[in-house]
Ligand binder design. Structure first.
Ligand SMILES: Cc1ncc(COP(=O)(O)O)c(C=O)c1O
Length: 451
């Protein structure tokens, strides 16, 4: 379905920078719906890749943004002062775990926030190594790419990145892990194995500055580790004076049914990274850390000209206000339990739905050839995604093999739209079960995990 826009884009934007799913051109967004040029509405069950926590173009965000735009777009915070960024720093300091003194650095994306967080941890500790986890994703700048387990060994950067200073240990994925342990049946066993590997890495390596962890792995395919695991990671970090860097780019701000994913485990990290949903749709990220860590960096104006952009900060403040006022963190927790149960029932009906898991409204549906073999099926996952799109639901894929459907609707999705998304998803699964989606429909899809 080539249009002038799709053809033009392909001639102008390099393919390594896109993961296109369908020839879909969204031109308008309201609530949980995107509209194409013909005015057809689609429920976006991914919240624009985890960005639109309270839906598209929320009126309160629009108002804040317009008020700011009318007065002054922004002026570099490197030179003078800017109230929205100070207000947001204060809010994030209060909202994040830990009663200690904190400071906040702003960026534009999860990647740049991770770059800053890791750079600060290297500098503060004076140590050069970082521990990360298998299948993790932390972004695509130099340091974040280097600690992203999911891209390692497959994208041709191995000789260039500082992998010699990064140690990858197994993230305890209960559904599939290198030990073949069923982590749902035996969470203790899986935790012990993963903790043992981490302890060994710390003991044998030395010089570790930080452990960087996603409290629920996102791009790995929404992987929730056993409860005790993250607590153990924090214990090991604490006992060895290693900083704990908590990557909340995807899990933060209520998505998992807690303000921060790591709060499910009662853990207080040294550094929290927030991005994606933070800017309410505008580019914004934040590194929230113990003051002394960020203050330790050399005073050479490490910042970016447009950091703490006033428009993005106003959008962020409005987003946080709406999440708080409307009790959306609790709503995510409660709805999450219900959706997991209902999608789990879908899993019982169709042999190629291998696993349904998640926390709050961060839910993954893993598609396999069949439940017995657990062989990942990227093809079937893409077919479900394609069929859902044709029926008016955007649901994309994640995971190293690109075989996990990502169900992450806005936290304020109206009940009837939630019902409609679940209904369409089931219809799409049935389309695939009954062979109604030809292979050719998905053969040109880029998609996550297509490298
Ligand atoms: C956990 C995590 N960290 C970092 C990033 C990178 O964020 P960005 O794409 O905004 O650079 C992502 C993006 O998916 C993410 O999920």
């Amino acid at each position: 379905m080539a249009t002038s826009i799709t053809v033009e884009e392909e001639s102008l934007i390099p393919s390594p920078f896109v993961l296109k799913y369908f020839p879909f051109i969204p031109v308008k967004g309201r609530g949980c719906r995107l509209f194409d040029e013909a005015g057809r509405g689609f429920i976006d069950a991914t919240s624009g890749s985890g960005v639109y926590l309270i839906g598209f173009n929320h009126e309160e965000v629009v108002k804040e943004v317009l008020d700011q735009v009318r007065e002054l777009f922004n002026y570099t915070t490197l030179y003078f002062y800017n109230k929205p960024s100070i207000d947001l720093a204060k809010t994030l300091g209060e909202l994040s775990p830990g009663g200690f003194s904190k400071k906040v650095v702003f960026g534009f994306s999860g990647s740049d926030a991770l770059e800053i967080a890791l750079m600060a941890s290297l500098h503060y500790t004076g140590r050069s190594r970082i521990i990360s986890f298998s299948d993790s994703f932390h972004g695509t700048l130099y340091l974040p790419l280097g600690v992203s387990g999911i891209l390692r060994g497959s994208i041709g950067f191995d000789g260039l990145l500082a992998y010699r200073d990064v140690l990858f240990v197994e993230y305890p994925n209960p559904y599939r892990n290198k030990w073949g342990v069923d982590g749902y049946e035996q969470p203790g066993e899986l935790t012990n194995l993963a903790v043992g590997e981490l302890e060994k890495a710390v003991r044998e390596t030395g010089g570790v500055s930080s452990i960087v962890v996603e409290p629920v792995q996102g791009d790995a395919g929404i992987v929730v580790p056993p409860r005790d695991f993250v607590r153990e990671v924090a214990r090991i970090a604490g006992e060895n004076n290693i900083l704990l860097v908590d990557d909340e780019a995807q899990t933060g701000l209520g998505r998992t049914g807690a303000w921060w994913g790591i709060q499910h485990y009662g853990v207080t990290p040294d550094i929290v990274v927030s991005a994606k949903a933070l800017g309410g749709g505008f580019p914004l990220s934040a590194v929230i850390a113990r003051s002394e860590i960020l203050d330790s960096l050399p005073r050479v104006g490490l910042g970016f000209t447009n950091m703490g952009h006033a428009v993005s900060c106003r959008a962020a403040l409005a987003t946080i206000r709406v999440v708080s006022r409307e009790g959306l963190v609790d709503r995510a927790r409660l709805l999450g339990v219900e959706v997991l149960k209902r999608l789990g029932e879908l899993g019982e009906k169709y042999h190629f739905i291998g696993d349904v898991r998640g926390l709050g409204l961060m839910i993954g549906v893993e598609v396999v050839e069949d439940r017995r073999s657990r062989k990942p099926s990227r093809l079937k996952a893409l077919k479900i995604s394609w069929s859902a799109w044709r029926r008016g639901l955007i649901i994309t894929t994640l995971g190293r093999q690109g075989n996990v459907l990502r169900f992450m609707p806005p936290l304020n999705i109206p009940r009837e739209d939630l019902e409609e998304s679940l209904r369409i998803l089931e219809e799409a699964v049935r389309d695939v079960a009954e062979g109604r989606v030809p292979d050719e429909a998905v053969e040109n899809i880029g998609g996550w995990g297509s490298w």
